[in-house]
Design a protein around this ligand. Sequence first.
Ligand SMILES: Cc1ncc(COP(=O)(O)O)c(C=O)c1O
Length: 363
Amino acid sequence: MPPIKPRNGILNIIPYKAGDAKIEGFGKVIKLASNESPMGPSPKAVTAAKKAIDSGLQLYPDPSCSALRAAIGQVHGLNPEQIICSNGSEELLHLLAKAYATDGDEIIYCQYGFIAYPITIHAVGATPVMVQEKDYTANVEAILAAVTAKTRIVNLANPNNPTGTYLAKSEVLRLRNGLRDDIILVLDAAYAEYVDQPDYDAGMDLVDNGLENTIVTRTFSKIYGLAGTRVGWAYGPASILDILNRIRGTFNVTSAAQAAATAAVLDNDHMARAKAHNLKWRPKMSRALESLGLSVTPSQGNFILVHFPGGAEQSVATDKFLRSKGIIVRPVGNYDLAGALRITIGTDSENEALLTAMAEFFA
Ligand SMILES: Cc1ncc(COP(=O)(O)O)c(C=O)c1O
């Protein structure tokens, strides 16, 4: 019997390939491939997770993540009723597509936008509409020009992965104002905490525009160092949250994850240290790599996109050389960026090892 056919679109998905974590022959590697936090989580988050585990894994977690939503609300000055928590923010991207799009509908995303977007779109049988960028940056004009009567959602990562580029608050506002009111704008602000530009805004204000058509997604996977516990959240209008709450897994965030994230968001000092570390190293790494003749896209994330003058051949050779030194960075050929590598900012010693290896390769 031939395999049973899944719903439309699913076979169009190119499966997501996570960053490698191992190199044969190396007990310990330097992993700068997945935009994880080199600082790790707040020790308070680890203690809270352990306590949650000790106090009863047989119990279901709080299905509404009350304590976590209250803590996020307190820290960000938001109404907890307008916050939803999830199993990583990627879950929210899937839920939004599932809730608001179906066969024949269109969802817009940008040329070098986060690779999960086309996956979430194909998964619901909708049509991905990829919009060209300008200088590796989302282009509001082009996004607006791509809108059709079938458009249901626009996904914008701000800042974006893997480019690290961002749109200023005024541009995001121009985008929102240029979209029909019945199109949902999903502002994916997974890297918001790392941004140091005064004209940036994650977009929380836009959620309160009264039109109930904008939602901002956030994550504990990046600056909070909790990628392994899978916690995301979103700030959105009550009407959208009501829909997402109907279709999410009832117990989508584990008790240990809720406890860890609650402690993490309240530990502002740890977050500030992680931000300061990134702010120190992001320009330092960029300048050092530029001095080797490489070009680096200006980044507001915890990673940099490094372009090789020798194109794909040189980026592949560099990646291979780094691996021979036990260093894993991220090839981005799947983003049509075969001549580039994405490098996550690591610890002091990891960054130094990376720069030493790069200098050796380009000597
Ligand atoms: C732009 C962007 N959005 C969302 C995510 C998903 O993160 P998570 O599901 O871990 O919250 C990532 C992860 O790399 C990302 O880069």
